[in-house]
Design a protein around this ligand. Structure first.
Ligand SMILES: Cc1cc2nc3c(=O)[nH]c(=O)nc-3n(C[C@H](O)[C@H](O)[C@H](O)COP(=O)(O)O)c2cc1C
Length: 215
């Protein structure tokens, strides 16, 4: 594939939050995992562990866990939680629970600060997730990066028997988009690329740093 083709896939990928029925074929799933496999990682630690499920019963439970959490948060903060539901989390052909093995941080011998080791660990796993999302997009499949917040983590961990010391970081549904979402706005290159020296004048005003979904 040439660079234009790769950029096309990168631009095509969207966070898909409404899915229709339809199987992700085993071969497609293997290719998506293969893309994750080749992600760069700090000191080549490959700290990811993926729990991959097609079990609709478990997905229903995942959906319930997210829904309950959402309802609880909405009681505390009805303004910011209004209208945003997480029912897409488990309504798909395949659900991937993205875990990480923090024991791999021991390999970062020349990185001593815990915060720096955490950075290497998180970034490495994020690379694998993004590789898989791009591969899925290239096949016309939808994905979305779903956060595992502390409020839902214990229940998800129990449901999928994720042992300590693994970290349970993200959930990634893979499926057929009901419709392909429109691209959200992106900042211009000239707004974020600082040439030679960082130019503080280019930084956004506080008022321009807006929370999703407004931005
Ligand atoms: C680290 C990270 C965490 C995210 N968490 C969530 C999430 O919990 N729920 C969700 O619906 N989308 C989540 N997203 C998706 C973003 O909202 C989405 O990527 C962004 O709005 C840009 O839209 P696009 O992916 O369609 O280009 C997350 C993305 C990233 C990279």
């Amino acid at each position: 594939m040439n660079s234009a083709g790769l950029l096309q896939v990168i631009k095509k990928r969207r966070s898909v939050r409404v899915y229709k029925a339809g199987k992700v074929a085993d071969k497609q799933l293997e290719t998506i995992l293969e893309a994750g496999r080749w992600a760069p990682s700090g000191a080549n630690t490959q700290p990811w562990e993926f729990v991959v499920t097609r079990d609709r019963g478990k997905m229903k439970k995942v959906r319930r866990i997210y829904d309950n959490e959402w309802k609880e948060r909405k009681k505390e903060d009805p303004i910011h939680y209004k209208g945003l539901k997480k029912d897409y989390v488990g309504d798909v052909s395949v659900l991937v629970l993205v875990c990480g093995d923090p024991r791999t941080k021991q390999v970062y011998l020349t990185t001593r600060q815990p915060g720096d080791r955490e950075k290497l660990f998180q970034a490495s796993i994020a690379n694998a997730v993004e590789h898989m999302m791009l591969m899925a997009a290239s096949m016309g499949l939808g994905t979305v990066w779903v956060s595992v917040r502390e409020e839902v983590e214990p229940e998800l961990r129990e449901l999928f028997k994720v042992p300590q010391p693994l970290r349970l970081l993200w959930v990634v549904p893979i499926g057929h988009a009901k419709s392909w979402p429109k691209a959200k706005p992106r900042r211009k290159i000239s707004d974020f690329a600082h040439r030679e020296l960082c130019n503080p004048k280019k930084l956004r005003q506080d008022s321009a740093i807006r929370p999703w979904p407004k931005s």
